[in-house]
Design a protein around this ligand. Sequence first.
Ligand SMILES: Nc1ncnc2c1ncn2[C@@H]1O[C@H](COP(=O)(O)OP(=O)(O)OP(=O)(O)O)[C@@H](O)[C@H]1O
Ligand SMILES: [Mg+2]
Length: 230
Amino acid sequence: MLEINNLSFSYPDGSRALEDINMTLPREHILAVLGESGSGKTTLLMCIGRFLQPRRGSIAIDGEDISGIEHREFRRRIGIVFQQLYLFPHLTVLENMMLAPEKVLRQPKKEARRESLDTIGRLGIGELGDKYPSQISGGQAQRAAIARALVLKPSYLLLDEPTSALDLNTTREFGRWLVELKETTTFVIVTHDVPFAEKTAGSGFLMADGRLRSVGTLPEILKAIDHHSF
Ligand SMILES: Nc1ncnc2c1ncn2[C@@H]1O[C@H](COP(=O)(O)OP(=O)(O)OP(=O)(O)O)[C@@H](O)[C@H]1O
Ligand SMILES: [Mg+2]
């Protein structure tokens, strides 16, 4: 379980992006984070992923404060796929993927390769393994970045707008795949894609102006959105 207590964050220029957030993110769920642009969703993921240091408050995974967890151990517990994908341009899709299992899990190359191939196969991009990021489409790169994060089988995977470059069919397939995987990995999905959230997420959070406005099932969250007429 992930627990966030009294989390506040301000950017160096003083803009207050998160204000006193309290959240519980149980395992074996798909959790959607909704909210209008600028409401703090990406900032929240960056704090959970330890890319930003909160001004106040704490984040704990299974009772352990994330700030004290050793780097490699942290990476196998919490993964993150950014909106900008950051695939290494000088490595093929497969090499991009094998990097984490080799470095973080210390897997032998052969095993890392087998698992990476299996993962891209399941994401329907098996044929892209030997391509470089500059040779593939935006949607394919998005799937490659998600596959790269999933190959570590993290307890939590934070996804920032994962369907923004996917076509309708791939979005549907992707949603079904997340549902299949949710017993191993809990997904926290920041999205503006309401139909996708409705189909895949059991519950969600609504952010507004850096605050947590509402917590509940997807229908409840959507009702709250209507109510606040964002
Ligand atoms: N690097 C930065 N420096 C200063 N302010 C920032 C920075 N990044 C974001 N902000 C501000 O912090 C607030 C929250 O931004 P954030 O990117 O978390 O929003 P978001 O909910 O992810 O929006 P979107 O849906 O557009 O991606 C906004 O007011 C934004 O302008
Ligand atoms: Mg964002």
